[in-house]
Write a protein that binds this ligand. Structure first.
Ligand SMILES: Cc1cc2nc3c(=O)[nH]c(=O)nc-3n(C[C@H](O)[C@H](O)[C@H](O)COP(=O)(O)O)c2cc1C
Length: 200
């Protein structure tokens, strides 16, 4: 979907990323899921960009982590993203899709490989470490370097995660000459995206 309201919120995020580029935390987002018991679960992940020209948000996660079980059970999720410098919050709700090593679509597997290639050498190590949340393993198990062969292809633990947004809630604490704060809702419906101004 490529109508103007979608383009508008995506452009606002791109502008926020640019204006907050001096803040190393600007690419950290909070991703909330719901566990099988119905309890909310939240964690920080790195925003890895939009998938191509789409509005889908890319993240990189571990197949062994708890969030994967949450998503398999219930794919609905919300991202909360605060930009300190420009004092604005985006809350992006939608549906998550995982692209794991056994994904049937070759195009999706290509996207997973491209995501792996954009991660730094140091960043890739995590997917070779022992199982998340298992009892602490001996320190030698936490590899600090990868062989060139290991680094080329993503290991089976590497999962590309995509959020397909349905609703974007943008709150600007700075406001303009007229209003002290501004809040805009973007909602996806059958005919496309709709945008409306609401009270903060
Ligand atoms: C600054 C920061 C960035 C992080 N980035 C990621 C990330 O990109 N992907 C990821 O899976 N976990 C990332 N983590 C770790 C997660 O917050 C979390 O601890 C881990 O994914 C396990 O979450 P789960 O048990 O809810 O699945 C990051 C943590 C911090 C503090």
């Amino acid at each position: 979907m490529n109508d103007s309201a979608s383009v508008a919120w995506r452009a606002l995020i791109q502008a926020a990323l640019h204006r907050n580029r001096s803040d190393p935390g600007a690419r950290y987002i909070q991703l909330a899921t719901v566990d099988p018991q119905g309890h909310p679960r939240n964690r920080t992940v790195v925003f890895r960009g939009f998938l191509g020209n789409s509005e889908r948000i890319l993240m990189a996660v571990d197949s062994r982590s708890e969030k994967i079980h949450h998503i398999a059970h219930r794919p609905q999720a919300q991202i909360c993203w605060y930009f300190c410098k420009t004092r604005e919050q985006f809350r992006i709700a939608g549906t998550l899709e995982t692209i794991a090593a056994d994904h049937p679509d070759p195009q999706a597997l290509k996207q997973r490989l491209q995501l792996w290639q954009q991660i730094s050498e140091k960043g890739r190590l995590l997917w070779f470490w022992p199982e998340p949340k298992a009892p602490l393993a001996p320190s030698e198990a936490f590899v600090q370097e990868l062989s060139p062969e290991q680094a080329i292809l993503p290991p089976d633990t590497f999962v590309a995660l995509l959020l397909d947004p349905m609703e974007v809630d943008h709150l600007q604490l700075k406001g303009d000459q007229v209003y002290p704060q501004l809040r805009t809702l973007y909602e996806r419906c059958k005919s496309g995206w709709q945008q409306r101004q609401v009270n903060p």
